[in-house]
Design a protein around this ligand. Structure first.
Ligand SMILES: Nc1ncnc2c1ncn2[C@@H]1O[C@H](COP(=O)(O)OP(=O)(O)O)[C@@H](O)[C@H]1O
Ligand SMILES: [Mg+2]
Length: 348
C-alpha cells in the first residue's frame, strides 16, 4: 500500500504516524511526501519524496497524477487549505484510477469554505455558529436590534492562516476595521482563490469569548460518521495548536457526530469550536487534517491506521478511534538537515 501525503511541509510527525501504522498492520508499502518547498522538513522523512509545483500553480494537479502513476499510490491525504478544492474538483479522476482520496466532495468543500454561511449550513444540524453580516450596514442593523454587540471580528469568508483578520470594539472602529480587512484581502492570495470581489469576500461576525476547542471529525469515504476527537486549546503558534489538553466532552463529541453525520463529508475535517459559557459555536471548518491531530495521536488515537484499512477495505479497529482524555500536551521543535538531493522534482 502506498500513501501520498501532499503539502507535507513540516509535518514529519504525520509521515511517522503512517509509517508506524503500515508496520503495525504488517503491510508493505511506502509513505510518499510531496511539497513545493525543497527545504520542507518532511521531504527528508518519506520513503519517497517529491518537490512539486505550488498548490496554487497550474502544474500542481498534473504533478500529483504523475506521482500516483509512478509510485502506484493507493490513497492520498492532503494537509493544506489551498489544494483541497483542486483535489475535490478532480475526485472523479482519482476514483477512475481506484485511488482513495481522503477529501470531501466539491460541494461540501465549497460549503465549508464560506464562513459567511455557517449559520445556514449548521442550523439544520442543530449546531450553532456566530451571527455574521456581509457588510457594515447589515452589521449596524444587527447591533441596533441587539442581535449582536461589540466587539466584532472582521475576516475573509474564505480565510486561511488568520489572514485579513481585524477587530472592532466600537462604532468608530467598525468602518475602519472593515476597510482594513478588505485591503488586506486584496493584497493576499485569498483574493485569487475566489471569484468574489474583496468587498464580497468579507464578513463581520460576533466575537465569541471563552474556551477554545479544536474538534476533528472523521468519516469514511462514503460519508458515514466514524469518530470525533477534541482538544482544549491553550496556545497557538504559526497557525497550529502548541499546547492543549485532550478532552472527551460529551457535548463536543455530540456536535462532532451531528456535523459528521449530516454533512456526510468524506475523510477528515478539523473545526474550531468556541464556548461562551452557555453555548458552543463553530467558527471555522477546514476540510483537511490539522496539525492538532498529532496531540490526539499521542493520546492513543490512530486515524492513519483507520485510513489504511478503509483504503484496503478492511475493518477499522474501535481502539483507533478514541483518545485518552485529560492529557496535558505541548509541542516542541526539532532541526533537520536538508539534503537537496533527497526529493525528486516532479512537474506536470
Ligand atoms: N467569531 C470569533 N470569535 C472569536 N475569535 C474569532 C472569531 N472568528 C475568528 N476568530 C479568531 O481569528 C482566528 C482566525 O479565524 P478563523 O475563522 O479560524 O480563520 P482561519 O481560517 O484563518 O483559521 C481564530 O483562530 C480566532 O483566534
Ligand atoms: Mg481557524
Amino acid at each position: 500500500m502506498n500513501i501520498l501525503i501532499t503539502s507535507s511541509a513540516r509535518r514529519i510527525d504525520f509521515v511517522g504516524f503512517f509509517k508506524d501504522a503500515l508496520k503495525s498492520l504488517g503491510i508493505e508499502g511506502n509513505v510518499i511526501t510531496a511539497d513545493p518547498e525543497y527545504n520542507a522538513p518532511s521531504l527528508q522523512a518519506g520513503d519517497k519524496n517529491y518537490m512539486i509545483p505550488h498548490q496554487t500553480a497550474p502544474g500542481y494537479l498534473d504533478a500529483i497524477f504523475n506521482i500516483c502513476t509512478k509510485e502506484h499510490v493507493n490513497c492520498i491525504v492532503p494537509l493544506n487549505d489551498w489544494e483541497v478544492p483542486k483535489l475535490a474538483a478532480a475526485k472523479h479522476k482519482f476514483v477512475e484510477k481506484d485511488i482513495k482520496l481522503f477529501v470531501p466532495d466539491e460541494s461540501v468543500v465549497e460549503k465549508v469554505r464560506d464562513k459567511g454561511k455557517y449559520r445556514e449550513l449548521l442550523q439544520p444540524f442543530e449546531v450553532k455558529a456566530p451571527f455574521s453580516y456581509l457588510n457594515v450596514t447589515d452589521a449596524e442593523k444587527g447591533l441596533e436590534s441587539g442581535e449582536v454587540d461589540y466587539p466584532l471580528i472582521i475576516k475573509p469568508r474564505n480565510g486561511s492562516a488568520s489572514m485579513g483578520v481585524e477587530f472592532a470594539y466600537n462604532v468608530e472602529e467598525l468602518q475602519h476595521a472593515y476597510d482594513c480587512a478588505v485591503r488586506e484581502i486584496k493584497e493576499s492570495p485569498l483574493d485569487d482563490a475566489t471569484s468574489k470581489s474583496a468587498e464580497e469576500n468579507v464578513i463581520i461576525q460576533e466575537v465569541i469569548e471563552g474556551d477554545k476547542f479544536s474538534l476533528d471529525i472523521f468519516n469514511d469515504l462514503d460519508g458515514n460518521y466514524v469518530t470525533s476527537l477534541v482538544r482544549r486549546q491553550f496556545a497557538m503558534r504559526g497557525g497550529d495548536i502548541d499546547k492543549c489538553v485532550t478532552e472527551n466532552s460529551e457535548e463536543l463529541l455530540e456536535i462532532g457526530e451531528k456535523i459528521g453525520s449530516n454533512l456526510k463529508h468524506a475523510g477528515y475535517i478539523n473545526t474550531d469550536v468556541y464556548y461562551d459559557g452557555k453555548n458552543y459555536y463553530v467558527i471555522d471548518i477546514n476540510p483537511r487534517f490539522g496539525g492538532g491531530y498529532a496531540f490526539s495521536h499521542r493520546a492513543g488515537a490512530n486515524i492513519p491506521a483507520a485510513i489504511i484499512n478503509i483504503t484496503r477495505g478492511e475493518k477499522v479497529d474501535e481502539d483507533w478511534l478514541t483518545q485518552q482524555a485529560g492529557l496535558d500536551l505541548a509541542r516542541h521543535d526539532t532541526v533537520v538537515a536538508i539534503d537537496k538531493e533527497k526529493p525528486t522534482v516532479m512537474n506536470r
